[in-house]
Design a protein around this ligand. Structure first.
Ligand code: CP3
Length: 379
């Protein structure tokens, strides 16, 4: 098991997961890795059934989460390991999924970098002094990654809770995560969510010193943050490049591919598979594949078979049910779930998920029903 190996050894000396080369076929796969069907699927190893989990599986649609939110702010939950672990565990167990993503947020690394932010009700994240000048980029700190160790403490608690195999013999996968350099830079520079990413692209196009420096600083912090999570028991790291779809292929290639590839390679070198996810990425998929990520997360706009084909079937895929189809009547929802599973054609390396996060108001019973359908589906 990756988790126990990593906790006993220096992960830097343990840079080997059995990763199939692009040429390997289903008949020629390396030996199984542990007993987690989720981790095995990330590595395109055969599994007994398709693993399933959901983006934003612990969130406002779930009454148990809202009960905790009554007494804590979002950041309090993230920064209190007991509470973050409880929220993570409750969601995974309530839904019966095969993996638990640690409860945290993309923007947490901003604090040790010296960028203040808060979450305002109804507005999402707000950065009070957006990073737009060369001086501000130079001032960003990369030497306080230790301050993020509360996320690792949460992961330790989740890993301890799920240390025993479940009733079906499978080990629940534990997912740590961080943002990708472009998506994090966009929040830092825009000061919050954005429609057109004007300030971000202005820095990208016009400041050949600050943009690469910002990318480099983010990669340094994110690798350290991911390392803490892996040492604490994360089996897989998911890298969210949620807003990469705002980039043309040319801009993605010119300004973002190299730092993202470096982040992914350095996290893989710590001994875990990496899932790389973005939204609205159909045209970017072949270029995203060049990062070498083990798994690419597909949004729902691209049919799964077409998305996987455009990746040359050279990596695993995760996705890609439209999260809003969870509001549909049972017959429509079931048809959509089966469409995704059929499009995977039983190839090794499909992890069932949504094409983006569960939204508030989603009926919990429908989410649970989807898990059941995935578990009992056969081609
Ligand atoms: O189960 C889980 O996935 C929960 C853990 C989690 C959160 N944020 C908690 C959260 C994860 C994986 C994230 C990642 C994250 N954070 C992303 C990437 C995922 C994606 O959607 O593409 C992004 C873009 C952020 C930044 C962020 N955090 C935004 C834009 C918002 C506001 C939007 C919203 O949904 O309200 C948040 C808030 C946030 N982070 C919530 C949760 C559960 C909801 C707010 C709350 O509880 O008050």
């Amino acid at each position: 098991m990756l988790r126990s190996k990593l906790s006993m050894e220096n992960p830097l000396n343990h840079a080997s997961v059995d990763r199939p080369s692009d040429e390997q076929t289903q008949q020629n796969l390396p030996a199984a890795t542990g007993s987690s069907r989720f981790v095995r699927a990330c590595l395109r190893q055969p599994v007994d059934r398709t693993p399933v989990w959901f983006l934003r599986q612990a969130g406002r649609y779930m009454p148990e989460y809202m009960a905790v939110r009554k007494h804590h702010t979002l950041l309090d939950i993230c920064r209190t390991p007991e509470v973050a672990a409880e929220v993570t565990i409750t969601a995974a167990e309530r839904l019966g999924v095969d993996a638990a993503i640690i409860f945290a947020d993309l923007l947490l690394p901003f604090t040790p970098m010296g960028v203040d932010f808060e979450f305002l009700a109804g507005e999402g994240p707000v950065v009070h002094a957006p990073v737009r000048t060369a001086e501000q980029v130079q001032a960003l700190r990369t030497d306080r990654i230790e301050e993020l160790s509360y996320v690792a403490r949460s992961i330790e608690k989740v890993a301890a809770h799920f240390s025993a195999p479940r009733a079906d013999g499978d080990q629940l996968g534990i997912i740590g995560f961080c943002g990708a350099p472009f998506t994090l830079a966009s929040y830092m520079i825009e000061g919050g969510s954005s429609r057109n990413y004007i300030e971000t692209k202005k820095m990208m196009y016009s400041d050949a010193v600050s943009w690469p420096l910002l990318m480099e600083k983010l990669v340094t912090v994110l690798v350290g943050f991911a390392q803490q999570q892996i040492e604490a028991g994360a089996d897989v790291i998911q890298i969210f490049d949620s807003w990469a779809g705002a980039l043309s292929v040319t801009d993605y290639r010119q300004y973002c591919l190299a730092p993202t590839t470096e982040l992914i390679r350095r996290v893989q070198a710590l001994g875990v598979p990496v899932i790389y996810f973005g939204v609205d990425t159909a045209s970017l998929l072949p270029t995203m594949r060049e990062t070498g990520a083990d798994v690419i997360g597909l949004d729902w706009r691209v049919p799964l078979d077409i998305g996987w084909k455009s990746l040359g079937h050279a990596c695993a895929v995760q996705g890609n049910l439209d999260p809003i189809s969870l509001f549909a009547p049972q017959d429509v929802l079931k048809a959509r779930v089966e469409e995704v599973l059929r499009a995977a054609e039983g190839r090794p390396g499909h992890i069932f998920n949504l094409g983006h996060g569960i939204v508030p108001g989603t009926p919990v019973d429908n989410v649970i029903q989807v898990v059941e359908w995935v578990k009992h589906f056969s081609l």
